[in-house]
Design a protein around this ligand. Structure first.
Ligand SMILES: [Zn+2]
Length: 137
C-alpha cells in the first residue's frame, strides 16, 4: 500500500503485511513483496494509491528537493546527483495511471497472486476499488 504521513489506515492485527511506499510504488520494495508472498504466504495484494500524491510529477519538485538537502548540509552537486539517480525510479507521473501500471507489473511478476488496484481519496477518506480490464465483463 502507499500512504504518506497524512493518513493511517486501521488494520486488524495479523491481518496483512503492510508495505508503506511512496505512491504504492513496489518497484522500490520488491524484496519485501517477494518475502511476504514466498515466506509469509500472501496470496492477495491490495495496491493502494492515493490522490494528491507527493510522488506524482516528482520532476516539478526537483529544485525544492535539492535546496532542501543543501539546507541540511548536503553539497549541491551531490544533492543533484541524488535526485537524478533516484527520481526516475520513484516518479509516478499520474496517480491513477501509475496504480494501474504497477498492478499490471505485479500480476506479471507474481502470476498466481491476486492484485487489486485501489485508490484512497484524501477528501472523503474513502477507499475505492479501481476497475480494470481483468475485473470487467
Ligand atoms: Zn503518496
Amino acid at each position: 500500500m502507499c500512504m504518506d504521513n497524512r493518513k493511517r489506515l486501521n488494520i486488524p492485527e495479523k491481518f496483512a503485511y503492510v508495505i508503506r511506499t511512496g505512491a504504492g510504488n513496489l518497484r522500490t520494495s520488491e524484496f519485501k513483496v517477494s518475502y511476504a508472498i514466498a515466506v509469509g504466504g500472501v496470496r492477495a495484494i491490495a495496491l493502494i494509491g492515493h490522490n494528491n500524491c507527493g510522488m506524482a510529477n516528482l520532476k516539478a519538485k526537483e529544485q525544492k528537493f535539492i535546496d532542501g538537502l543543501v539546507e541540511v548540509g548536503w553539497d549541491r552537486k551531490a544533492a543533484e546527483d541524488h535526485f537524478n539517480h533516484f527520481a526516475p525510479m520513484f516518479e509516478i507521473g499520474n496517480e491513477l495511471d501509475f496504480v494501474m501500471s504497477e498492478v499490471k507489473r505485479l500480476r506479471q511478476r507474481y502470476p498466481k497472486v491476486l492484485v487489486a488496484p485501489m485508490m484512497y481519496k484524501l477528501e472523503d477518506n474513502r477507499l475505492y476499488l479501481l476497475k480494470d480490464d481483468k475485473s470487467e465483463g
